[in-house]
Design a protein around this ligand. Structure first.
Ligand SMILES: [Zn+2]
Length: 94
């Protein structure tokens, strides 16, 4: 690390003592490690957050599922059926 810094500092015209360079090198290393850790955490251990659009669509799907389930149950009751499904746009039951 210090070797690269030496060149970087030189090309930027910055003069630093070996101790300062060591310090800066360690700070940069820590910073990079922290960034890598944060990236790792965000990718691996956190489930991605859903946007409002997806959340709305999911609740819409849940609502429709419940509606279909309720409709299916009412057909089962009325027709004394065990299976209810839609085929070519018609309600079928067994
Ligand atoms: Zn989304």
């Amino acid at each position: 690390m210090v070797e690269y810094l030496d060149e970087i500092f030189e090309s930027a015209g910055v003069i630093a003592t070996p101790a300062q360079m060591e310090q800066i090198g360690n700070d940069i290393k820590d910073g990079l490690e922290m960034e890598r850790e944060m990236y790792y955490n965000s990718v691996v251990s956190r489930t991605p957050e859903k946007c409002v659009k997806c959340q709305n669509l999911e609740s819409e799907i849940e609502r429709l599922k419940e509606e279909i389930g309720a409709y299916r149950d009412s057909v089962k009751k009325r027709r004394n059926a065990t299976e209810v499904w839609i085929e070519d746009g018609d309600v079928r039951y067994l």
